[in-house]
Every structure is written in C-alpha cells, then in structure tokens.
Design a protein around this ligand. Structure first.
Ligand code: MSP
Length: 512
C-alpha cells in the first residue's frame, strides 16, 4: 500500500494554542483524511517542542519547573485536537525518552560524519525565535542600533560561550543542487526562491549547543552542553517513527512538512543539511503557509489579542472553523481572520449554496416520491454536463490536494454546488411534478441526489462531522463513513433506483 507521511511543526509549550497552531494542524488533518480516503497508508504526526531557553524562561517566570509547564500545556493541546476533529496518528513530546534517544543518535551520526566541531560562539541570540544572529546579519537588516531580532523585532541578547558547531557551510552546494533538481521540494514557489537566494548567499556554520542553561538534551559525553533546541526539535520527525531503532523508519521520507513561513529556514536549510550529513533521505516537500492577522491586527502576547481556539469553538462548530480557515485564504499567503468574513462565507457558501441544495433536493424527493429514487430515463445534455462537472471535480480536487491548494479544491467543489442549484432552476422539478408524464422528474432528482452525495464525499476531509450528517440523510441514516474509500464511494451511479433518502434536516442553518 502506498504510504503518506504528513507532519505539523511541534508547538512550543511556553504558550497556549492559538489560531496559528490550529491552522497548520487542520490543514495537515485534511491532507491526512484525503489520503486515507485515497486508500493510502497514512501517518500524521503532531506534537510539542518542550526544550530550550524560551520554555525554561517561561517556566521560571511562573515559578515552576519546565517539565511542569510542559505537562500543563501538553494537556491543552491533547484535549484540543479531538475537539477540532484532528485525527493524528501520533503525538510526539520532545521530553520523551524515545525522542531523546533519537536526538542522541542524530548527534552521533553528525559527529561520526565529521560534521560537528567544538569552538567558541560570540554573537547574538533571539530567545523568542531560538535563533542565532551574527553582528553582520543585524547590521545588514538594520537591526544593529537597538539590537532587535530581524525576524520578530524583539531584543536579541549577546551570547559568549563555548559551543559545538555544525558544518552547515559544507552542504551549501549540495543543498542548492537539490533545490534546483527538485522544483517541488519547497513550496510555494516564492518561498523556494527566497531559500535559494539565502543559500546561494553563503551558509555559515551553525552553533548547535548551549552551556548557559540546562533545559534540553545533554550533548553525549559533554554534559555541560545542551543540544540546540532546533536540532533537537527537527529530529522529532524521525524519532516519532522509531529512529534510530529503525535506521530509515517506515513512512520516512515525509511527503510533506507543513510549517509557517517564519520557520522555513530551519526546515528548508538546516534540516535537509542535517539529513545529508547523517546520510538520510530528505523530505519530499516543505510547504510554508502564511500568517494570520485577527481583525486587521497582528496577534501578540503583549497585546493579549491572540485568538484562542476555545473562544472560537464556543461560537462555531469545528467543521465551520476548518472550512473557513482553508477557504478564506489561499494556502501559502497571509490573511486576515474576521468574524464578519466567517459569517459571510458561511451564509453564502455553506448555508445558501450547499445547505440549500441539500434541503430542496431531499424535500422534493420526499414530497413527490416519498423519499425514494426512481429510475433514470433518457439523459439530456444538461444531465451529462452535470455528471461531467462532478467527475471533473473529483480529479481537480485530488490534483489541488496534491499541491496543498485547499482553497482551489474548495472552490472547485463550490462550483459543482452552484451548478447543482442552477440545474434545479433550469429543470424546475415543481413543474415536472405537475406534468402528465412526470418520468423526467425521476431523472432530475436522481442527478441531484447523486451530485450531493459526491460533493459530500469530497468535502468529508474538510468537514467530517457535517458531511457525515449529510451522507446519513442521503443514505437514510444508515451509512457510516468510517471505512469508506474514494474508490468505493467516489464514483457516479452508486445509488440505485429504489434507494431511500431521509427527510432533510438542516446541516448549515443560517447564522444571523
Ligand atoms: N517549536 C517551533 C517549531 C519546531 S518544528 C520542528 C515553533 N513553535 S511555535 O509554537 O512557535 O509555532 C508553531 C507554528 O505556528 C509555526 O509554524 C508558526 O508559523 C505558526 N504560527 C504562529 N503564529 C501564526 C500566525 N499568526 N498565523 C499562522 N501561523 C502562525 O516555531
């Protein structure tokens, strides 16, 4: 069976989950569900990043041990995911023994490959980003005057300490060659160009250990050093799969690492170079999505305006949140979250379009045919056009999902829904029902219900609960969707004459 491995970043435990965290995780879940329906053997990984100076400082500020803070925040993530219908196959904690074992093995491999050496680090560090900056980089980015981080704008601090280094510079040419030979490796294309020019601009060796705090994985045989948190964190993608017990574990290499644009350099530069040094295959793709603002403003801890998932879930079903986040903004671009936009999209695309098509079709089927589908008589041009559109949708959605173009997939599905509603108007079933020979009515109702069923099947990964509800009406309450595959349920013509549907019950009631 073909395998599919999708990952999210592992989230820092210094803060509670917010909109940015659920965004990536929902996107990964939709891909995982889509590929499961495609019959693939899917492994979907998420987890938390517990080590590093930032987490240690956050714990100190609360007067608790880092592991206590981690335990509290882990609990928040683990209880949140089921509420958002997230179906991850594993949840990795970097404080776990299995992970630490993976980090040690990775370190040893880098060391054995001659890619690690000891020296002295004297430059700058951004704790919130857990990123090293050279004086030159700060000067180039015009951050020298007030010594702030070129990425996040917060203060950087001077670090002067003995440190191990990773020979990043030695992999520059190999990485450039890999990026050029694999156009799909980094997406979207703008990000790929950004990385390419960064790498071509020259890579410096990377400091990969710290001695001035202790919350991390100790460097083997030199325990005054802890492994740099990014070397530690990136290794999660392998340790969760059973590395090093399995040298190249099942599911590796990843099909796609989904990340935010702010952590692209770690995933598209450091991580592939580490893997090259360790002699392991590189992930197939790294996709960097954009950032959300909320009601026009950047979310920030100091402003206290981070949008919390609990607040969203109080007002909206998980499926509606899932749909909105992936529909509103092309994946890869920045976007703004607003409650008005959510309501508007919901009312137009879900309540008016999908909901209306379902309600009117099942209502007419029940009114005119007691809920039972009749036989298709002669197919007309407009029937064939609808079938062709539905079949085209299935191909187009799969292609879009292959490129993580969720918004394209959803728009394509919506196109079919609008086509379905036009088909109702064009055929006017209420008039057909009055005709002396009303056999055309059966053909029209059949095409509507079959279109709705296939729309629901394609929407299952996005809105699993609502689409199950919709499919249950189409299947008269009988069919669960758990073990279904596109191959079994995704083709036109599954419903047979005599098939009974329930009366409609609203899946997307209008929001006032
Ligand atoms: N621990 C690292 C990742 C290690 S992966 C080996 C980390 N954690 S994080 O908790 O700070 O951020 C996780 C993700 O949240 C990042 O992908 C980041 O892009 C995303 N987001 C944080 N704020 C965001 C928005 N406002 N909008 C969208 N995503 C955002 O980085």
């Amino acid at each position: 069976m073909q395998q599919y491995y999708v990952t999210t970043p592992i989230y820092y435990v210094n803060d509670e989950p917010h909109l940015g965290h659920i965004y990536t995780t929902i996107a990964a879940d939709v891909l995982a569900r889509h590929q499961r329906l495609n019959g693939k053997d899917v492994f979907f990984l998420t987890g938390v990043d517990e080590h590093g100076q930032k987490v240690q400082q956050a714990a100190e500020a609360r007067g608790i041990a880092p592991i206590e803070l981690a335990d509290q925040v882990v609990e928040r993530y683990q209880s949140l995911w089921p509420e958002l219908e997230i179906t991850h196959d594993d949840f990795i904690r970097t404080s776990s023994e299995r992970h630490k074992k993976g980090v040690l093995a990775m370190w040893r491999r880098l060391e054995n490959a001659g890619a690690i050496y000891k020296d002295f680090y004297e430059d700058w560090y951004c704790v919130p980003c857990e990123t090293y900056w050279t004086e030159t980089q700060l000067k180039d980015a015009e951050c020298w005057e007030d010594r702030h981080c070129p990425d996040c704008g917060r203060d950087v601090e001077k670090v002067q300490e003995e440190s191990y280094f990773f020979r990043l510079s030695a992999f520059q040419d190999q990485l450039v060659a890999h990026i050029k030979a694999n156009p799909d490796f980094i997406a979207p294309a703008s990000r790929r160009n950004e990385v390419l020019s960064f790498v071509e601009g020259g890579l410096n060796d990377l400091s990969v250990s710290r001695t001035t705090f202790s919350w991390g994985v100790p460097v083997p045989d030199d325990e005054g050093h802890v492994v740099y948190v990014w070397i530690d964190a990136l290794t999660n993608y392998l340790s969760a799969l059973g590395f090093p017990d399995q040298e190249v574990p099942k599911y590796w290499p990843a099909d796609v690492h989904l990340i935010g644009k702010d952590i692209l350099r770690f995933h598209a530069v450091y991580w592939p170079c580490m893997l090259m040094a360790a002699g392991l295959p590189l992930p197939r793709r790294v996709f960097a999505h954009g950032w959300w603002t909320v009601e026009g403003e950047k979310m920030s801890k100091s402003k206290g305006n981070a949008l919390r998932p609990a607040e969203l879930l109080k007002q909206y079903d998980a499926d509606v949140i899932r749909y909105f986040l992936l529909r509103e903004v092309p994946f890869g671009q920045d976007g703004d979250f607003s409650f008005d936009a959510l309501k508007q999209r919901y009312n137009t695309e879900l309540a008016n379009d999908v909901g209306n098509l379902l309600n009117r079709s099942l209502a007419m089927l029940n009114k005119y045919r007691s809920g039972v589908l009749g036989a298709v008589d002669v197919e007309q041009e407009m029937d064939r056009a609808l079938i062709a559109d539905v079949e085209g949708m299935q191909r187009d959605v799969d292609a879009a999902m292959h490129k993580q173009a969720f918004h394209v997939a959803l728009e394509r599905i919506n196109e079919v829904v609008r086509h379905g509603n036009r088909y109702v108007e064009d055929n006017a079933p209420w008039a057909l029902a009055k005709a002396e020979d009303d056999s055309r009515l059966d053909t029209v109702l059949y095409h509507l219900v079959e279109t709705l069923r296939l729309v629901a099947v394609q929407l299952l990964p996005f809105m699993p609960v609502k689409m199950k509800h919709m499919l249950e009406q189409i299947h008269n309450g009988e069919t669960g969707t758990e073990s279904m595959l596109f191959a079994d349920i995704g083709g036109w013509g599954l419903l047979k004459p005599g098939h009974r549907c329930s009366k409609p019950s609203p899946v997307f009631p209008r929001m006032e």
